[in-house]
Ligand binder design. Structure first.
Ligand code: ADP
Ligand code: MG
Ligand code: MG
Length: 495
């Protein structure tokens, strides 16, 4: 395998850096710098920077096994269909979510929302999924790099990000090669697959908007206040307008609560006078997205009110709360148990393809399997990761900390978590560009494949592959979030 990071001189790296920074700033491959809080006690009121910095990126593409990449792409429509089929299995969701609800308030809130809307009668039978299934590659001893297989880390069903910045990072790498030629003989750019994710997410929203059927309605992106990754989102807005002639407005959950209402007859969602065709969440997945939750005695707080209003409405949700629940790590673990995945995926070949991407997943419940996993992890937790039902990075527990956590939690509290085998991918080298600074690093990568899925309530309207994302991080870091500051956006070179 080529080792560009070692073969490039300091001078060449600096030329690449300057070219990369200008490309990033002029093409919107950018993020907002962290805001300056007005006071420590009030972190939600901060001055938003009017300037930008380059999105964290790698300086050149990272080698990735061709077969593994094609496998990940090929199975995406199966995963998107699986999410939908599980979302319709009320009994399956009930069993998992009821047990989690006892030990996880956030899951309980979401599941309550699901129950309220279900009881009331679902106004909008259609649902839009913009998913991303994430993988790390695994190599058996003695195997060649090109023989590595994908292992699924998790399946995200809400607020998947970096679709736009991923495509732009691929463009950046192609530009650097075309203008400097430094990668020649090392990197064959024909093997650099383009990711259409900057287009596909807008295209998914456009399909849902058309399905909704009102020309004057607008798409609503539900955003976090003070979002730093706003430019990844803006490209979706611009593509939706330029390629599909559809306007997208940005609202926070609190704004939905303050300015939203339902038409009493049709349940159409209005924000002010504006009818909303699609409610697309780039928020609403973390406990911090419902901050006034801390008002302990209020039954419903503005953010939960906003979420409930949208959920009850005629607007097509991306995702529905049901899709969001299906994305729980507990669901992933249950599916990995013998025969469970096969309940939903009847075609044996398809089921085998999906199952081949699973790594070891273990419950921490009262079943014999759960107790055995608990006992084993108390003795050796080096090859495990312990996960709660949370999204957005930074929530997992690793190594010896797992033993500490297991000793601290009650048998009931353990139910809120699952255990998973650590996937240890082969290490490669790259140069990371963060806040204008270069850093040579031994790195590992995580591939994400986007899926665009629209169901009318009666039939599948579309189920497409939506491009991909490669995130690369230094080997020393357990977690891989770009927004969380651990990883950079990369592109891949197939080998
Ligand atoms: P989140 O929903 O918060 O993104 P993930 O399951 O993706 O949760 O875990 C966050 C990060 O932790 C991943 O991006 C990856 O870097 C690391 N990670 C999670 N599970 C594994 C695993 N089984 N093996 C290796 N690393 C993992
Ligand atoms: Mg996730
Ligand atoms: Mg993740």
């Amino acid at each position: 395998m080529s080792d560009l990071a070692s073969s490039l001189t300091e001078e060449q790296l600096n030329i690449l850096k300057d070219a990369a920074l200008d490309f990033a700033l002029s093409h919107g491959l950018v993020v907002r710098p962290p805001p300056t809080p007005l006071s420590k006690d009030d972190p939600h009121h901060a001055t938003l920077s009017t300037g930008v910095i380059n999105a964290p990126v790698s300086l050149f593409p990272t080698p990735f096994p061709k077969q593994a990449f094609h496998d990940a792409v090929r199975i995406q429509p199966l995963f998107s269909q699986l999410v939908h089929d599980i979302s319709e299995d009320d009994a399956f969701l009930k069993e998992i979510m009821e047990s989690l609800s006892h030990v996880d308030d956030f899951v309980k809130r979401l599941y309550d929302l699901y129950l309220i809307v279900k009881k009331e009668g679902i106004a909008q039978p259609a649902s839009l999924g913009i998913h991303r299934s994430d993988y790390i590659i695994h190599l058996n001893p003695g195997q060649d790099f090109s023989e590595a297989a994908i292992k699924q880390v998790e399946l995200n069903t809400i607020s998947v990000s970096f679709g736009s910045l991923s495509s732009l990072t691929g463009d950046l790498h192609r530009y650097l090669q075309a203008t400097t030629g430094y990668f020649s003989n090392k990197v064959d750019l024909d093997a650099l697959p383009t990711s259409e994710s900057i287009e596909s997410i807008a295209s998914g929203l456009a399909s849902a908007h058309k399905h909704y059927g009102s020309k004057s309605a607008k798409v609503m992106m539900v955003v976090q206040p003070g979002e730093r990754n706003a430019f990844d989102q803006r490209w979706i807005e611009y593509n939706l307008l330029n390629k599909h002639g559809i306007v997208l407005i940005r609202k926070t959950l609190a704004e939905v609560a303050d300015h939203g209402r339902l038409d009493p007859t049709t349940k159409a969602l209005y924000i002010g006078d504006q009818e909303i065709s699609v409610a697309y969440y780039r928020s609403a997945y973390a406990t911090t997205d419902y901050p006034t939750e801390k008002a302990r005695y209020a039954l419903y707080t503005p953010e939960w009110d906003g979420r409930l209003l949208a959920e009850r409405s005629l607007a097509i949700k991306c995702p529905t709360v049901a899709y969001q629940l299906v994305g729980a790590k507990k669901v992933q673990q249950v599916l990995a148990a013998p025969g469970q995945l096969e309940r939903f995926v009847k075609d044996p070949q398809s089921a085998a393809l999906l199952r081949a991407s699973f790594t070891g997943l273990y419950p921490l419940d009262h079943t014999p399997e759960g107790l055995a996993a608990y006992e084993a992890a108390l003795i050796n937790s080096d090859e495990l990761v312990m996960k709660p039902q949370r999204e957005g990075g930074g929530n997992n527990i690793y190594g010896k900390d797992i033993q500490v956590a297991l000793r601290t939690l009650s048998a009931e509290q353990r139910n809120a978590y699952i255990l998973m085998d650590i996937i240890r991918p082969p290490i490669t080298k790259n140069v990371l560009l963060r806040k204008g600074e270069l850093q040579r690093a031994d790195v590992v990568s995580e591939l994400g494949v986007y899926g665009i899925y629209l169901h009318s309530g009666k039939q599948v309207v579309r189920n497409d592959i939506g491009g991909h994302l490669l995130r690369t991080k230094g080997v020393e870091s357990n977690e891989g979030g770009v927004a969380a500051g651990f990883a950079v956006i990369d592109s891949l070179i197939l080998v």
